[in-house]
Design a protein around this ligand. Structure first.
Ligand SMILES: Cc1ncc(COP(=O)(O)O)c(C=O)c1O
Length: 472
């Protein structure tokens, strides 16, 4: 039986391995997806079997425009031959290097690229340190540990607290989850790691400035939120605070937060004044998503530790990294007897195949100027969403974003958040053949950075159709 002539009629699924038979049994409830009730999933499963360019196909044969790059991952689209060939070549050459004994050529190549691309303010005298890892949670977890270890070895052993934000998402491991701000994903695992304290995101103060025009309200809310972080650090005793962790733009179930530039300038001042490390979680915003290489470039404010993942390898392999500012990394170098090395590791960290894919992906981003494409196409998406806002003034309250991460928020009066209008949009999007990121009250688009105008137009026409259907 071949894969093409063996499609189950109900699901269009390849039956060569007995999959369709299993689907009628318990497999769908026992294949555990992320953050998902499997009984509900099993009632309307969504199973993908193919992809090409910026489109995905499901096992019923329907094609969808991927307006979310998988989940901020498939930045190069699907089927990129340069990355695939690099992976194939590396698999045949050296698929694994003994991590307790050495490294590999692709891992060094990748570190060199990351050192070159890192923001200027992170370069220090000898360039940044690079820790290559496999996933976003591994990167944020490592950054938190780097911060705590750093202060111990530069004479501030009492610095251990990490200031994070409600509504932020930093990963699923216990440390990264402790930094995460939404109770929905963490309270069932409490008690978590001690020493994490949370403050409010700028958009929490939006209502305080509701009397101002949206842009001014956003700036005022950002300034207030950042000032409160400063007071928090002072009240906690700065000598106990090791780091502040933020996503430059935060997009999670808790909301789509686009702070004003003033926010990051102020956070940087607070960190410099109180000797606190600034950690950017750029798992989503890194590698061109905001129309610049990093959110640090977008906001013009550099962190001390910068975490990247997701789009870094285009989704062809699991790969992530922490870029450690040169001036910070110096504290980890010395005589072995001093035990200054970073006391942390993972078996697959710096895997040669993953690193080769990462190098090829970055080369593609550079040679095709994908950050530049994200900036140009993102400006187009923004203008189209603003036009939609004019067409649906009492449906869309705000349009915001950066680069190819653009979205809108439903009007809170006509569509209160508790009624989850964006979830209705999400369900209709599937029917209309596209994928988007939908919270309860916002819808965002983050298509592959390679997307061209014609595909964007199609995506936006479909999104408009969904709005028409919702409004009725
Ligand atoms: C901002 C941010 N940080 C960290 C993570 C965790 O990354 P991963 O799921 O690859 O562990 C995510 C994942 O969605 C994320 O969006």
């Amino acid at each position: 039986m071949t894969t093409t002539d063996a499609r189950d009629t109900a699901h269009g699924i390849d039956t060569a391995h007995g999959l369709a038979t299993e689907l009628d049994g318990d497999l769908l409830r026992h294949h555990i997806l992320d953050f998902r009730q499997m009984t509900q999933f099993a009632e309307a499963p969504w199973i993908f079997d193919r992809a090409d360019g910026v489109r995905l196909r499901d096992t019923d044969g329907n094609w969808y425009i991927d307006g979310l790059s998988g989940v901020f991952v498939a930045s190069l689209g699907y089927g990129n031959t340069k990355v695939i060939e690099a992976i194939e070549h590396q698999l045949r050459t050296l698929h694994f290097a003994p991590p307790l004994h050495g490294t590999s050529v692709p891992a060094l190549d990748l570190a060199a690229r990351l050192r070159r691309l890192a923001p200027a303010a992170m370069q220090g005298a000898h360039g940044p340190g690079i820790k290559i890892l496999s996933g976003g949670s591994e990167a944020t977890e490592a950054a938190l540990k780097l911060a705590r270890q750093y202060w111990k070895q530069v004479g501030h052993p009492r610095k251990y607290k990490v200031v994070a934000r409600y509504g932020g998402y930093h990963g699923a491991t216990m440390g990264s989850l402790s930094a995460t701000g939404g109770w929905e994903r963490k309270s069932v695992f409490e008690p978590l790691v001690p020493g994490f304290i949370h403050h409010h995101q700028p958009h929490a103060f939006k209502d305080v400035f509701a009397h101002l025009p949206v842009a001014e309200a956003s700036e005022a809310a950002s300034r207030l939120a950042a000032d409160l972080v400063g007071r928090m650090v002072e009240n906690e005793d700065p000598e106990t605070v090791a780091a502040i962790i933020v996503e430059p733009m935060s997009i999670s179930a808790a909301g789509f937060v686009v702070p004003h530039d003033a926010y990051y300038r102020r956070l940087r001042e607070i960190c410099d004044k109180h000797h606190v490390l600034l950690i950017y979680d750029e798992i989503i915003t890194g590698f061109g998503r905001l129309g610049e290489w990093f959110g640090a470039n977008f906001y013009g404010v550099a962190p001390d530790l910068l975490c990247v993942g997701k789009g870094m390898g285009g989704g062809y392999v699991p790969i992530s990294a922490v870029i450690v500012a040169g001036q910070v990394w110096e504290a980890f170098l010395g005589d072995p007897a001093e035990r200054r090395e970073f006391h942390h590791g993972h078996t697959f960290a710096g895997n040669p195949v993953a690193s080769a894919a990462g190098c090829a992906a970055i080369d593609e981003m550079e040679s095709r100027d994908l950050p530049g494409n994200a900036k140009a196409q993102g400006a187009y998406v923004r203008s189209r969403l603003q036009a939609l806002q004019r067409e649906f003034p009492d449906v869309i309250a705000d349009v915001r974003g950066g680069g190819l991460l653009q979205g809108f928020e439903f009007d809170p009066v006509r569509y209160p958040k508790v009624t989850k209008p964006a979830k209705k949009f999400e369900a209709l999007a599937r029917k209309h053949g596209f994928i988007a990121r939908c919270g309860d009250e916002y819808v965002a688009f983050a298509p592959p950075l390679v997307i061209e105008r014609a595909d964007l137009d199609e995506l936006l026409v479909r999104a408009t159709d969904v709005l028409h259907e919702m409004v009725g």
